[in-house]
Design a binder for this molecule. Structure first.
Ligand SMILES: [Zn+2]
Length: 410
């Protein structure tokens, strides 16, 4: 083992150790007694189930992470990257095709390795806790569609990145950045109309009290809406959600059917008000800008490292290339990405507080939002007492009790 390999392996082990420590602390923070705020919302049995759900998913997560690291280590130290690279150069006729073969094979391999875990998560864990509604047929069709979409959308982009880095010299990262950012924006724009309908059916919300109240609220905050839809989320899971699609005057709201059946009209308006809060405070736009900046930074750092022989030596790859560089750089970056994810989550939690505040003030009924959040939390078996480290690393939304306290203090 050379110094580069040892250093990278050590950094991956440190990330895993932090993850394990955080998971253990999180399990220790589970409290047997129901928080007073949730009396009457949770019964004793449901509360115990929510804690069991946290335990089971935490254990499953640790097993998956351990397996992933072991699989990566075995592939890496058995010379897998070099062997695959050699094959790709033999089979592909030139750097572009070889690069696509190499990266495609790696992505397919990692998808195959994670398949048993997602089968277990869906048909064992989610099933046991009553969330799963997916049939094996839907599950298989979803995977096939996802791979086809990834190949159709990701393939051309990857080919462009490989070609640009192979030919554009020192400013290749800049050209790549423009290409990737432009492409992401276009995909984001077409996803709701072209991609989502491949997975779900959207039906316009029928006329009635709920539709009227939503439209009246949207008008009161001058938020233009093209239409309101319900989405058959219950085909896959009993979890619920609401989201916006489209831009400007073409904004549409999609409500999971599971949400519509479980919340009162007032609570639904509160949830939508929260989503409108995100749009009004431009959280979505800011998020897109941050993610484009992040991509640019990554491409720039990649351009500095992609020619360094130590990166290839560390993974026992003989021949430096853009495609091998991209894959190895991705692994090298794991610890940095963990820090970036924690920072992104902190920012997202701040946005959630802002959207809650917007909803509470504009509807003038903070208790409707509190009621909706409580119901959703019970349905999703959310952990009421997560450890602060776990929140810092993984939570894009603040824990329920802190959210309620902030809404009431508003
Ligand atoms: Zn939100």
């Amino acid at each position: 083992m050379n110094a580069g390999a040892a250093g990278i392996l050590a950094s991956l082990l440190i990330v895993r150790a932090v993850e394990i420590a955080t998971a253990v602390l999180n399990l220790k923070a589970l409290r047997p007694e129901l928080p007073p705020e949730m009396q009457g919302v949770y019964d004793r049995e449901a509360y115990e189930r929510s804690q069991e759900y946290t335990r089971v998913t935490t254990r499953a997560g640790l097993v998956k992470q351990g397996f992933d690291l072991a699989a990566l280590g075995a592939f890496w130290f058995a010379g897998g990257f070099q062997a695959l690279d050699k094959l790709a150069w033999e089979w592909g006729s030139g750097p572009l095709l070889s690069g696509l073969l190499f990266l495609g094979a790696l992505l397919l391999l990692s998808a195959l390795l994670s398949l048993p875990f997602s089968v277990h998560a869906t048909f064992v864990v989610e099933e046991r806790f009553g969330f799963n509604r997916t049939t094996p047929r839907t599950f298989v069709l979803d995977r096939i569609k996802a791979i086809a979409i990834a190949a159709a959308l990701g393939g051309p982009l990857l080919a462009a990145v490989l070609a640009i880095f192979a030919h554009a010299g020192r400013t290749a990262w800049l050209a790549c950045w423009v290409a990737v950012a432009g492409y992401t924006l276009v995909v984001q724009f077409v996803a709701p109309t072209w991609i989502m309908p491949l997975f779900n059916t959207f039906t316009p919300l029928c006329e009635g009290e709920l539709r009227e109240r939503i439209e009246r609220y949207a008008a009161s905050v001058r938020f233009s809406l093209e239409n309101i839809f319900t989405m058959d989320g219950s085909r896959r899971s009993s979890r619920s959600n609401a989201f916006f699609t489209g831009f400007g005057r073409h904004r549409r709201i999609a409500l999971f059917d599971t949400l519509v059946t479980r919340l009162t009209a007032g609570e639904l308006v509160a949830v939508l008000a929260h989503e409108i809060g995100h749009a009004t405070r431009r959280h979505i736009l800011k998020g897109t800008i941050v993610s484009i900046a992040h991509t640019g930074a990554m491409l720039w750092v990649f351009s500095l490292l992609s020619g360094r022989q130590w990166l290839y030596d560390a993974f026992f790859v003989e021949r430096a290339s853009v495609h091998a560089g991209l894959a190895l750089f991705g692994i090298l970056l794991t610890p940095v990405e963990t820090v970036v994810a924690a920072a992104t989550n902190a920012w997202s939690r701040k946005n959630e507080y802002e959207a809650d505040d917007f909803a509470a003030k504009t509807t003038a009924e903070p208790e409707e939002l509190v009621g909706a959040l409580k119901k959703l939390s019970v349905q999703n078996l959310s952990n009421l007492t997560p450890h602060p480290w776990h929140v810092a690393l993984h939570y894009s939304h603040p824990p329920l009790l802190q959210r309620i306290a902030a809404i009431r203090a508003g």
